[in-house]
Design a protein around this ligand. Structure first.
Ligand code: OAD
Length: 259
């Protein structure tokens, strides 16, 4: 019996990816919604990408919040409640195993706002799009962690009484400056850049892939399908991240013990 050709391709690509990782002194990773999809957090695009007839882009903008803050808060309160119930999966844990190998020379940049990477045990996490657990005052801008709480649909700041908003980066907003600069600098100095479970269409996050490539890093993509951003020159690891990432860690151990 021969394994299907797809399995052969994945095995060969896993070996190439492990070799690229072995050669890297510094490693950076960019993750997207699908790493958490396997934990039960809906992704943005595709079948789950609508909420009460609104596209996520329509609910997640400053204009939407000005127009109807209660609607936006209802959306985020549902997401907050869902995230409290879910647990990290094998993909999150495999990324912790990678960080254990590279230590401070490993950076995990995520577009996810669910906090599952930290919950899994990742330490050097740069959250480009904020965090669902945190809230920010629209007037005094104080940020507080209210992750464990149910909030009303129009929550107010405990310090000044004004309306709170989720501490999330919405469409048409800038990324948090310090976080973005660190993500760009770690990307520019890594030798291996892993892109996991993102459609890589939302900028500036997706621009990190070009930056890594321009800086000479090997790019590895873990996805169900190859994205346009990684179509040229990346090592494709096609399959669910919860399956592929643990296999990559195993392959890395084998490659290291053979060298
Ligand atoms: P998307 O929902 O756009 O993309 C998910 C990607 O993961 C797609 O390319 C799928 O093919 C792939 N995929 C699906 N299941 C997978 C699995 N089990 N394993 C691996 N890959 C899988 O999510 P993001 O790219 O994260 O921004 O979206 C980027 C940003 O757009 C989000 O951070 C958010 C959103 O609107 C803001 O909120 C600012």
């Amino acid at each position: 019996m021969h394994p299907p050709a797809e399995t052969d391709d994945l095995s060969a690509d896993l070996r190439r990816a492990a070799q690229a990782l072995c050669r890297a002194d510094r490693v950076a990773v960019l993750t997207g919604a699908s790493v958490s999809a396997e934990s039960g957090v809906p992704t943005f695009r595709g079948a789950d990408g609508l909420w009460e007839g609104y596209s996520i882009e329509e609910v997640a903008t400053p204009t939407a919040f000005r127009r109807d803050p209660e609607l936006v808060w209802r959306f985020y309160n549902l997401r907050r409640a869902n995230v409290r119930k879910v647990q990290p999966n094998a993909g999150h844990r495999a990324l912790v195993a990678l960080e254990d190998r590279w230590g401070e020379r490993f950076t995990l940049v995520t577009q996810n706002v669910d906090g599952l990477h930290r919950k899994a045990g990742s330490r050097h996490v740069l959250e480009l799009h904020g965090n669902l657990g945190r809230v920010r005052c629209t007037r005094c801008h104080v940020i507080t962690d209210r992750a464990g709480e149910d909030l009303p649909d129009l929550p107010n700041c405990e310090a000044c009484g004004h309306l709170l908003r989720p501490d999330i980066v919405w469409f048409h907003e800038m990324l948090p400056a310090g976080v973005w600069e660190e993500a760009a600098s770690e990307t520019a100095r890594c030798q291996c850049f892993l892109v996991v479970g993102t459609s890589a269409v939302v900028y500036p996050a997706a621009g990190l892939i070009d930056l890594a490539r321009a800086s000479g890093a090997a790019v590895i993509e873990v996805n169900l399908e190859t994205t346009d951003a990684c179509a040229v020159g990346a090592i494709p690891l096609l399959g669910p991240s919860g399956v592929v990432l643990p296999r990559l860690v195993k392959q890395l151990e084998m490659t290291e013990s053979n060298s």
